[in-house]
Design a protein around this ligand. Structure first.
Ligand code: PLP
Length: 374
């Protein structure tokens, strides 16, 4: 695989490895089959049509966050695909179209539900609830933070449960490597659920790396309890678990120099092709993995921002100008957030399938012009 990327005809490039996506699906499907739960793909992680088509036969629908996502999912996957929507940003002027496109809509607040639910028919109405059980240390992506805008406080719902609502939705975590938070959170909700009849559906959201958590025993037990007593259907809607480890960012070294004694390599990509690197100051993994010993270089992007830096990385031998640098595990929340800051083009998009790469999309000056020639 290393060689394929090394010989990719263009750079910078984003590669989606659809064989890896299918491997991820296998894990998720084991749980789906063992538990009878339904699986949706949260397309905001990577709304690439080619990916949606690969996933289509293996998922029960798509989780969307907006009108554009809903339209694209329908356009690519056809009328029969079922769409589940939740967003704090529901608009009255879009609601009729959304209700036509989406089979399930979870209102984010009681106020939103009161104002919008009756504006349309033909969908299953639900509520996004917020159990306010926090397992994340960084409030920037913690839905259960204090004063959260995401979902109805379950305490508030106690005496205000609208009878017309058919389902509940919760999504409380990001990139969890174990199921304990979900199990504890759902158990904390059971007293509330007991007060009402069996729900039509309960959506447990995303936020878990279902593809890499091997021990599913406790989760399966939980899903069993839910199916037996609390909900006719249980959904999960992971995003990153489908695509996170299936995406690569390929770049080329453009320049190499020493600054205050450290080697700096300038790449033909930047944090603008993976903004979470800058937003959360994360350091993406190099592919292939870094050696234990060797020389160190700072990998930096090509924009004017001083902090446009991927991090310090170790190499057996320092890469030279013209050589490829590759990051892995960047399939989710990267390309969708990418931008053309400084006028640098977006990466070319390739699909990797059966060991072969195919170019899916190449942006050019005309795309930049279309956005900015106003
Ligand atoms: C982001 C999001 C998801 C997907 O989250 P992952 O962490 O990618 O699994 C699912 N549901 C909702 C409501 C979300 O906001």
């Amino acid at each position: 695989m290393h060689n394929i990327f090394f010989n990719l005809p263009s750079s910078p490039a984003f590669v989606i490895d659809t064989d890896q996506v299918l491997a991820n699906l296998n894990r998720i499907n084991t749980m789906r089959q063992a538990s009878g739960c339904k699986v949706l793909y949260a397309m905001k992680a990577l709304p690439l049509a080619a990916l949606l088509r690969v996933l289509k036969p293996h998922v029960d629908g798509i989780a969307v966050s907006s009108l554009f996502e809903a339209r694209l999912a329908k356009q690519v996957l056809g009328e029969e695909v079922s769409l589940h929507l939740t967003t704090p940003g529901l608009r009255a002027d879009e609601f009729a179209e959304l209700a036509q496109l989406c089979s399930h809509i979870s209102f984010n607040s009681l106020e939103q539900q009161r104002r919008l639910q009756a504006l349309a028919e033909g969908y299953s109405p639900g509520l996004r609830i917020n159990p306010k059980r926090s397992y994340l240390h960084d409030d920037r992506y913690n839905p259960c933070r204090q004063y959260s805008k995401l979902g109805i406080d379950t305490a508030e719902l106690q005496n205000a449960w609208p009878e017309s609502v058919q389902g509940l939705h919760l999504h409380t975590l990001f990139a969890a490597h174990y199921f304990q938070p979900l199990i504890e959170t759902v158990h904390s909700l059971l007293p509330l659920l007991k007060q009402h009849g069996k729900l039509k559906w309960l959506n447990l959201g995303g936020g878990y790396l279902y593809n890499s958590i091997t021990d599913q025993t406790e989760l399966l037990a939980l899903l069993d309890i839910l199916h037996n007593d609390y909900a006719e259907q249980v959904f999960i809607e992971p995003g990153k678990a489908f695509v996170g480890n299936a995406g690569y960012l390929i770049s080329t070294v453009l320049d190499s120099f020493i600054s205050d004694g450290k080697t700096v390599l300038i790449l033909d990509t930047s944090v603008n092709h993976h903004p979470e690197v800058f937003e959360y100051q994360t350091r993406p993994y190099l592919f292939p993995t870094e050696p234990e010993t060797g020389e160190v270089a700072i990998l930096a992007g090509s924009t004017c921002l001083a902090g446009d830096i991927f991090g310090e990385y170790r190499f057996k031998q320092l890469p030279k100008i013209g050589e490829r640098i590759m990051f892995c595990d960047v399939g989710a929340y990267s390309l969708i957030k990418a931008n053309r800051f400084n006028g640098y083009n977006l990466p070319d998009i390739y699909q990797l399938k059966n060991g072969q790469t195919t170019l899916l999309k190449q942006y050019d000056y005309a795309d930049y012009e279309r956005q900015w020639l106003v």
